[in-house]
Design a protein around this ligand. Structure first.
Ligand SMILES: *Cc1c(COP(=O)(O)O)cnc(C)c1O
Length: 230
């Protein structure tokens, strides 16, 4: 067994244990393997071990891997763009990725909608929300998120799937849960308002248990699968 395959099994076991501990069905929590800064060969290893969903942060690096691993598409690989997205890069993302988690402005969503090829299924998108209230972090504020979500949900060729957040890192479990609980409350509110959302994208290598405790349906894990990045 390769290290990547062993690490993947360990992460799946963490997801399983956390789901059970918090009364959730482990099948409700998907694993996104974040392969940023690692070569295509690592993705190939993870795919051979059964992993199908991969996340990338940098547009060119991600597209290079998607092209290099094109033949693996038949296995059902799904590519998620999770990094900051500038308007001059939206076209290549709309043409190559299946998901975008980092939409936080209407302008970016409108460009993705315009540039998504008709021949492809709708681009799945998550609204990135700034749950820690830090000035420097990207993401729409909790207060502005509902209006933006409603506008994005109306755009063609996009399917608004849910919400994503990257809270400020902390080792305290209770402190990890707090911003996740805020994102979950927003998610429940938007669903109660009639938006058909199914994805709560939250939790990374160091805080996936707290995210699962608060209802994550997808955790984005890099380091615990592929190792420490430089
Ligand atoms: C890098 C990254 C991850 C993975 O983080 P790890 O700590 O390596 O698990 C998840 N989400 C986003 C948005 C990232 O940029």
């Amino acid at each position: 067994m390769t290290t990547i395959s062993a690490n993947l099994q360990a992460v799946l076991a963490r997801i399983d244990a956390a789901a059970r501990q918090y009364g959730r069905d482990p099948r409700e929590v998907a694993l996104l393997a974040v392969s940023k800064k690692w070569p295509a060969a690592y993705v190939r290893d993870a795919a051979a071990a059964g992993q199908r969903a991969f996340g990338e942060n940098y547009v060119q690096e991600g597209v290079d891997k998607i092209v290099e691993l094109h033949e693996l598409r038949q296995l059902g690989l799904v590519w998620h763009f999770i990094g900051p997205l500038q308007s001059n890069k939206t076209r290549v993302v709309a043409e190559n990725f299946d998901w975008v988690h980092s939409v936080d402005r209407l302008k970016i969503a409108e460009r993705l909608a315009e540039q998504r090829p008709d021949a492809l299924p709708p681009l799945s998108v998550c609204l990135q929300v700034n749950v820690s209230g830090e000035q420097t972090k990207s993401g729409v504020s909790l207060a502005e998120a509902p209006a933006l979500a409603r506008e994005i949900a109306r755009l063609p060729r996009l399917q608004l799937r849910g919400l994503m957040a990257i809270p400020a890192p902390t080792d305290d479990f209770g402190a990890q849960r707090l911003p996740f609980s805020r994102l979950r409350a927003l998610y429940e509110q938007l669903r109660a308002d009639g938006l058909a959302l199914d994805t709560l994208s939250m939790g990374m290598s160091h805080d996936l248990e707290a995210a699962i405790a608060e209802g994550a349906t997808l955790v984005r894990v890099g380091t615990a699968i592929f190792g420490e990045r430089n």
